[in-house]
Design a protein around this ligand. Structure first.
Ligand SMILES: [Zn+2]
Length: 256
């Protein structure tokens, strides 16, 4: 029995560069990507926050190279945005960004659903979706909204993965990251959304029964009701309802 103790007072950054510095550097940059991604999606780095390369390099006891590389990957995923001469920030998604995000999600998810139904829904997908619906229900009962969001995103990811298209899956992963960013402000407002679980159950039933027309209509309904809820949170687009307004202002520098 191997006991891999979880990071037991191990130094955060790899040290002792003997051996393969290139590999070490790459590993470190992906560790930075993973950890920063988690902080963005859990809201520790709120929309509008600026990430400080120097500070992150200090935290990870490394040079700026791996940090820049790690952050660049998140820029590609849409979880960070780079402003020339100003720096790298957690994006503040506005009204139009949300519309665009949901248009893109709808396109990818519709294509995936058509593909899944054309080949038949794999039994493993049915089982996994049922499990996720169970997790969603438990999370709703426990008022654990981040768990609800995680189950929601997983539900949609499973359907796209079942299409068997690596490209649709890749596109959807990017959109999921941004959706998660959007959900950060939505989390509390899920309270009282009784339809939430029901909408996913209807999608599941229609998928399982192979009713393509009904399924696509229900997806439209589900995505547009999600979008409506987000817009409600944002307020009127006329007053530039940016998410950070909701959170009480831009947070200039966030590091910990
Ligand atoms: Zn959903």
């Amino acid at each position: 029995m191997s006991t891999t103790e979880p990071a037991r007072s191990r130094p955060k950054a790899a040290r002792g560069a003997s051996g393969a510095p290139q590999v070490r550097k790459r590993t470190l940059s992906s560790v930075i990507t993973t950890q920063v991604r988690r902080r963005i999606v859990d809201g520790s780095y709120p929309p509008g926050a600026q990430l400080n390369e120097v500070e992150l390099a200090r935290q990870y006891s490394t040079s700026r190279g791996p940090v820049r590389e790690g952050l660049q990957r998140l820029v590609q995923e849409g979880l960070l945005v780079s402003h020339p001469h100003r720096g790298i920030f957690v994006p503040v998604l506005a009204y139009d960004d949300l519309n665009d995000l949901f248009v893109a999600r709808s396109a990818v998810e519709r294509a995936a659903m058509v593909e899944v139904l054309a080949h038949g829904v794999p039994a493993a997908t049915i089982a996994a979706l049922e499990q996720v619906l169970g997790q969603m229900e438990l999370a709703i009962q426990a008022h654990e909204w981040s768990g609800v969001v995680a189950a929601d995103l997983r539900f949609h990811e499973l359907i796209v993965e079942a299409s068997g298209s690596p490209r649709l899956t890749r596109m959807h992963n990017t959109l999921s990251g941004e959706t998660r960013l959007g959900f950060n402000i939505l989390v509390k407002s899920l309270e009282g959304q009784e339809d939430y679980l029901e909408e996913h159950r209807r999608i599941f039933d229609l998928l399982a029964s192979g009713d393509q027309e009904g399924l696509l209509a229900e997806l439209d309904n589900h995505l547009s009701s999600g979008l409506r809820t987000l817009h409600k949170q944002l307020g009127d687009p006329a007053d530039e309802g940016h998410w950070h307004d909701h959170k009480g202002g831009v947070h200039p520098v966030v590091t910990d």
